[in-house]
Design a protein around this ligand. Structure first.
Ligand code: GAP
Length: 502
């Protein structure tokens, strides 16, 4: 993760927000390359999930909506995380991300060490040694096996057990508080009045904008069951512990679909179909299939309205974590809005001649998490020969051409031959009309290739003397294999078209 963060900063993908003021935890800014990558991910998702499907239409709803929407959806009362404070370090943790491990010294129980999800054994050992010091017996033998294998959810600990626990950043036992619910929605005030009636919320998900507009789309569009409404947009959550770079932030973007189906439809099969569609899409943008797994939520952990939820997990640098949630939410949301708004959410199904409130399958994906997955999958280090033929280490981002920030870079072989530069400029301008391409005339050609490798540009196009003197052909260098081939301009454009738009 540290390597990725450093590369993102160095090459202008992602910056910490408000960096000149010391940063702002949980917020990020996307630089020139980051914004291209991000836009490409969204454009390809929209193209594949909306424009290339006959059964999904798009929407762009407002970020701040009537507060009753969040009352109806259950967010005002229920959208919170259990939070734990450390009275000593003043740090705050999400209770469901804390795990306690037993510390045994000279075979007798000495307390618990509490670490954050994903912590390794060395962190547990460090805390266990603090307990040993507190007990005043530095020579006592620590049972490492117990420490490694015992893991109790913090939320399951009794008050007595909490008193014997050492927090992740504490030096004394018993400084962690009982878990309390912490509301995740950001509040704001709308209009000139500053009283309670002006309270509104920044949306914590884009989904409710879809449910709130479902009636408009049914009444005005020519949709028929089953159909989906898709939306891409910002969401805000006052996360207790924004962590792991852009994985969990307080301002992020979602790409969500609500797919409306008949109440008696075979929702299990449709759920499976959506899971497969989502996996195929991730693979199509360069996420390796073997880095994706499925986490089926156990029945007893499902939200009361959910029939089934499966998360697509990805092997992020900080461990296997949720990338895409695909939930069957029954008719819960529409029925809630029907009750709270007094407006019917029923649809007349022409094929079955029935009127009903549809059920819904919801694939919900974060743009930022996808970008982190894409960066993780693309990052590589290998060795290739330099201009003198000696092997040199290179850093390469193996982005799929579909989402790469720059699709190609155009290089005149040398910069002091006006005819060469002129031809390179003309090809560059021609390609620029269709794609985001880069022009670079400075430095040895090998160095220019490597600068592009590091930012994931899949193709290098070199204009040399053969281009001018013979047939106008150019050299195309492939980033991943570093192989080069000569192509006519026509062949080049056809090849790029296939790779980028295919
Ligand atoms: N409408 C359902 C919903 O919002 P969720 O599991 O809370 O479900 C869906 O969020 C997706 O949004 C997640 O799988 C993740 O990709 C992304 N996401 C959620 N919280 C996030 C955060 N704090 N930072 C970045 N992405 C987040």
């Amino acid at each position: 993760m540290e390597t990725l963060i450093a590369l993102c900063k160095r090459r202008g993908f992602i910056f910490a927000s408000s960096e000149i003021y010391g940063g702002y935890n949980g917020f990020f800014d996307y630089g020139p390359l980051g914004v291209e990558l991000r836009n490409n991910i969204k454009t390809v998702w929209w193209r594949d999930m909306v424009q290339r499907r006959d059964d999904v239409v798009g929407l762009d709803s407002s970020i701040i909506m009537h507060p009753n929407i969040w009352k109806a959806s259950g967010h005002v009362d229920g959208f919170s995380d259990p939070m734990v404070d450390c009275k000593e370090s003043k740090l705050r943790y999400r209770a469901d991300q804390l795990f306690a491990s037993e510390v045994y010294l000279d075979d007798s129980f000495a307390g618990y060490v509490v670490t954050l999800e994903g912590a390794d054994n060395s962190e547990r050992k460090k805390l266990a040694k603090k307990i040993r010091n507190l007990k005043g017996n530095k020579q006592a033998a620590l049972d490492e096996n117990k420490l490694e294998t015992s893991s109790i959810e913090f939320t399951e600990l009794s008050e007595e057990q909490r008193k014997k626990s050492l927090g992740p950043d504490a030096n004394e036992l018993g400084t962690l508080t009982e878990p309390r619910e912490f509301k995740l929605m950001f509040e704001t005030k709308v209009g000139p009045l500053a009283d309670e009636s002006a309270v509104a919320y920044l949306r914590p998900e884009t989904a409710q904008g879809i449910f709130a507009n479902y009636k408009n789309i049914v009444d005005t569009g020519r949709v028929k069951i089953p159909f989906g409404i898709a939306q891409i947009g910002k969401a805000f959550r006052n996360e207790i512990t924004p962590r792991n770079f852009i994985f969990r932030s307080r301002e992020f973007e979602q790409m969500e679909i609500e797919y409306f189906i008949a109440p008696d439809a075979d929702w299990q099969s449709l759920h499976r179909e959506w899971l497969d569609t989502c996996i195929d899409w991730l693979v199509s943008i360069g996420i390796p299939r073997d880095g994706i797994s499925e986490d089926i939520h156990p029945k007893d952990k499902l939200a009361f309205y959910s029939q089934a939820t499966t998360d697509l997990m990805f092997d992020f640098p900080h461990g296997k974590q949720e990338l895409w949630g695909i939930a069957c939410r029954s008719d819960y949301d529409l029925t809630q809005h029907q009750t709270h708004s007094g407006k019917s959410m029923e649809i007349f199904d022409e094929s079955s001649k029935q009127k009903y409130v549809p059920h819904v399958i919801e694939p919900s994906l974060g743009v930022d998490r996808t970008l982190l997955a894409v960066l993780t999958a693309a990052y590589d280090e290998d060795e290739i020969p330099n201009d003198k033929g000696t092997a040199e280490k290179r850093t390469v981002l193996r982005f799929s051409p579909k989402i790469a920030p720059y699709k190609a870079a155009v290089f005149p072989l040398v910069k002091n031959k006006p005819e060469l530069v002129e031809r390179a400029q003309s090809i560059y301008k021609q390609l620029q009309k269709r794609w985001n391409v880069f022009y670079d005339a400075s430095g040895a050609i090998g160095r220019r290739y490597r600068r592009q490798d590091e930012i994931g540009t899949p193709f290098g196009i070199t204009i040399d003397f053969e281009t001018l003197e013979k047939d106008g052909s150019v050299t195309l260098r492939d980033r991943d294999s570093t192989e080069q081939k000569r192509l006519s301009l026509e062949e080049l454009i056809h090849y790029l078209e296939e790779q980028i738009e295919g």
